[in-house]
Design a protein around this ligand. Structure first.
Ligand code: GLA
Length: 777
């Protein structure tokens, strides 16, 4: 995996090679990161410097050509001739900002070197190897340890740094990135994932231009605005072709990604903690750990790249009992009852859920303190006896007796000013002495830098988890930070990062010895969808937006960086509560099935036929759950702008499930093709549409075209018919070898009004179908 010969470090994974060397002056120079190289002679790959570039600073008078500004580097400082952005800005013990880290020594160890303050990837010594390189600015005084952990099977390399001060005088870190690399530009586009509440992770592409582009979060969390994950893709790359680099950060706080194209056409990529409001003094003998960054490369397009990330996260980030374990189908009470419920109402909902096949009943917000709206009660985790007279243990038992597991919602990092906790301990909330703090969703942030606050949270959450049979926890966090200040720290530049260290400490203390609890983290939906949280919670609520058309964009965006097993995806009501859009129940399921399926609606409003449909959906999902959560996931390039194509292929290849999604329908649309990939060319498969019902009422007056008698399109008869009768959408069945199917399955026509028969696909706006592709024999 890792070797070092003639001052050249070589880090190989199954399909990639990463090479860099120590230059004659001791800097680390990147030689190659990308395709696996068989070749050992590297002359062709080395960046050439045969002329003195004007307007540069020579590093040493002995070699006028050697300028840090034109080198392709693994790390760079400030003030020695590299005028690109530096991965570190440190006020050194001598008061200057000049740093020049150079090679001292290295060691290679099997396995990972664990971190002490932050979560990171992990692996057996047989599965990964770590290179530790010591660089020093002034030998023996300030050292920078650079770590590269190589995960060969998943083609991922993890990088991080540790800064140590051995000088008598303190230094101050104003910025310290986790990694830096310079890559020669090959017409790369930068792909980032942006959004906001209910519109998370929308993909954005921009061609690289000279200068610096920054994607960052300043909200205190990784944020729904800018995900820490990003890609660099050679122009013209598609889902299945092209050279694509992927980067991400194992961190849940303010992050920073800087991508700078230099005048020498080198792309500098950096990622780490956001320097925004950050300042960290290091006294003699102290060290600072950066979070871990991960990187991958594939020449098989976006799918190749995201496949590496998916395998890596399932194997080396997610831990505990739920690693690789199928997730239960859940019912969440939030969108069904919000704050207004009684035990009877919940039990009624639970009984219906059980009858439909739900396995886990999740009681969301509103079960504790005076939490009858979002204005009060946060912080007071004592059960509301008016709502649950027998308390939580008794309620959990009732749910268990119905044959379901029981899960519970908490928002432990927050407090409402109208709460017993705040009245008793106003000092627990984040605020600046003498200034009125600003509220978000009527709440304040608890000061996780304060050990007493951390103890309070650990005790109150743990107390509840030990009294009732709770197998799932939804850990929510519903506001951005403001008024950042903690009385527990001297230097407020440490606030944001210390908050994160505090959060990770709390999560460790509560859940490390309770690995049987499935943790789903949430932050107003996907406001903290990152690898740091995935080290604790195997799944994350992707968005408060459950509109299936919106979810196509959100789940697709997330899928470039995170596996299906990490995405909570629920079926809710239509018209949708945020978009007012009506989408078919079948599509709501078809989209949510590419993730960890749940239902979040009041089941009593479903008609008898809709309940039957939900029962069939859940049965289908359970049958193919492993493929839907842990299969190899592919986005397929759409032939038309109004289509989305997803496919997930079982790890053992015995089946695949493909989704054909349509947004707005088009009149007399031409050919519809179902693109497929990931199949074995020599194997025969059968392919069949998942049968799904069509409701009579969706056809309005058109129903008269196929009925032998005439009915009023909005009358009593059609409503009754709709209650007891459905049509079945066209089911197509084909078979063929993998090579034939992978050339694209030509589908039946969609309905175009000219005639109706059972071989016509009736999709309409936001219609969709799932196809199951099964190995024959
Ligand atoms: C946030 C979450 C929702 C729900 C509510 C409860 O908005 O994202 O899923 O839990 O809080 O207040």
């Amino acid at each position: 995996m890792i070797s070092n010969k003639d001052n050249i470090f070589r880090l190989d994974t199954q399909n990639t090679s990463y090479l860099f060397r120590v230059t004659e002056f001791g800097h680390l120079e990147t030689i190659h990161y990308g395709e696996f190289l068989m070749e050992q002679s590297l002359d062709a790959a080395l960046l050439k410097h045969t002329a003195v570039t004007g307007s540069t600073v020579a590093y040493e008078s002995t070699d006028p050509i050697y300028s840090l500004d034109t080198l392709s580097l693994e790390w760079s400082g400030i003030g020695k001739g590299d005028f690109r952005h530096s991965p570190c800005e440190i006020r050194m013990p001598d008061g200057s900002f000049v740093t020049d880290f150079k090679y001292v020594n290295h060691r290679i160890v099997n396995g990972c070197i664990p971190m002490t303050t932050l979560p990171s990837s992990y692996g057996d010594p047989a599965d990964c190897q770590t290179l530790e390189i010591t660089l020093a600015d002034s030998p023996g005084e300030i050292t920078l340890l650079m770590y590269y952990t190589v995960f060969p099977k998943t083609d991922v390399i993890a990088r991080r740094v540790v800064l140590e001060n051995h000088n008598e005088k303190p230094l101050v870190i104003r910025s310290l990135m986790s990694m830096m690399i310079d890559i020669p530009n090959r017409n790369y586009s930068l792909v980032t994932f942006h959004g906001g509440w209910i519109k998370e992770a929308h993909r954005q592409d921009r061609a690289l231009q000279y200068g610096l582009f920054v994607s960052e979060s300043t909200t205190g969390a990784s944020s729904n605005r800018h995900n820490p994950g990003f890609l660099l893709a050679e122009q013209g790359s598609s889902e299945s072709y092209g050279r694509v680099y992927g980067f991400n950060l194992v961190y849940s706080g303010n992050h920073y990604e800087g991508i700078e194209l230099s005048n020498q056409d080198l792309v500098r990529v950096m990622t780490g903690i956001n320097p925004h409001c950050f300042e960290w003094p290091l006294a003699k003998g102290e060290r600072f750990e950066s979070p871990e960054a991960i990187m991958t490369f594939s020449d098989q397009g976006y799918n190749g790249m995201s496949g590496h990330f998916h395998d890596f996260i399932n194997e080396h980030i997610v831990r505990g009992d739920w690693k690789g374990k199928e997730r239960p189908v859940l019912l969440n009470t939030w969108e069904a009852v919000v704050f207004s419920f009684t035990q009877n109402k919940l039990l009624h909902l639970a009984r219906q859920a059980r009858r439909l096949g739900v396995e886990l009943f999740v009681l969301d917000d509103g079960w504790f303190g005076q939490r009858n709206s979002d204005t009060a009660g946060l912080g007071d985790y004592t059960v509301n006896r008016k709502k649950l007279p027998g308390g939580l243990p008794a309620f959990a038992k009732k749910i268990n007796r119905l044959g379901m597991q029981f899960g519970l919602w908490f928002e432990p990092e927050m407090v409402n000013p109208d709460s017993d906790l705040y009245r008793a301990h106003p000092e627990y909330a984040v605020c600046i002495p003498g200034r009125e703090p600003s509220l978000g969703r009527n709440q304040l942030v608890l000061d996780l830098c304060n050990p007493k606050v951390r103890d309070y949270i650990v005790e109150s959450v743990r107390g509840i988890l030990t009294t009732a049979d709770i197998t799932y926890v939804k850990w929510d966090m519903n506001r951005h930070m403001s008024d950042m200040y903690s009385a527990c720290i001297k230097n407020q530049g440490e606030f944001f990062h210390r908050y994160m260290i505090g959060l990770y400490d709390i999560l460790n203390r509560i859940f490390k010895d309770q690995p049987q609890i499935l943790l789903e983290s949430c932050s107003s939906g996907g406001n903290r969808f990152d690898l740091g949280m995935l080290c604790f919670s195997p799944q994350i609520w992707a968005s408060d937006d459950t509109d299936s058309a919106e979810r196509l964009e959100i789940q697709k965006g997330l899928s470039y960086l995170y596996p299906l097993s990490s995405m909570g995806a629920h079926v809710s009501t239509a018209p949708h509560q945020q978009t007012l859009r009506s989408t078919p129940l079948s599509t709501r399921f078809n989209v949510a099935s590419f993730g960890c399926l749940g239902y979040e609606l009041d089941l009593k409003y479903l008609s008898r036929m809709e309940k039957r449909e939900v029962r069939d959906q859940i049965a289908f999902y359970k049958e193919h759950r492993k493929t839907m959560q842990f299969g190899h996931f592919y986005r397929l390039d759409a032939l038309r702008a109004n289509k989305h194509h997803w496919e997930t292929v079982a790890a053992d290849g015995h089946e695949a499930v493909a989704g054909f999604f349509q947004t707005q329908s088009a009149a007399s649309e031409g050919l519809n093709i179902l693109p497929l990939t990931g199949l074995d060319s020599n194997t025969r498969y059968s392919i069949r549409t998942r049968p799904q019902p069509l409701y009579v009422k969706q056809f309005g007056g058109l129903i008269n075209h196929i009925l032998p008698f005439h009915i009023h399109p909005e009358g009593f008869l059609i409503r009754m018919l709709d209650k007891f009768y459905t049509l079945t959408d066209c089911v197509e069945e084909y078979e063929g070898r993998g090579d034939l199917l992978s050339s694209g399955v030509k589908l039946n026509n969609q309905f175009i009004g000219s005639n109706y028969n059972t071989r016509t696909r009736l999709l309409g706006d936001f219609g969709s179908s799932l196809y199951v592709i099964s190995k024959e024999g």
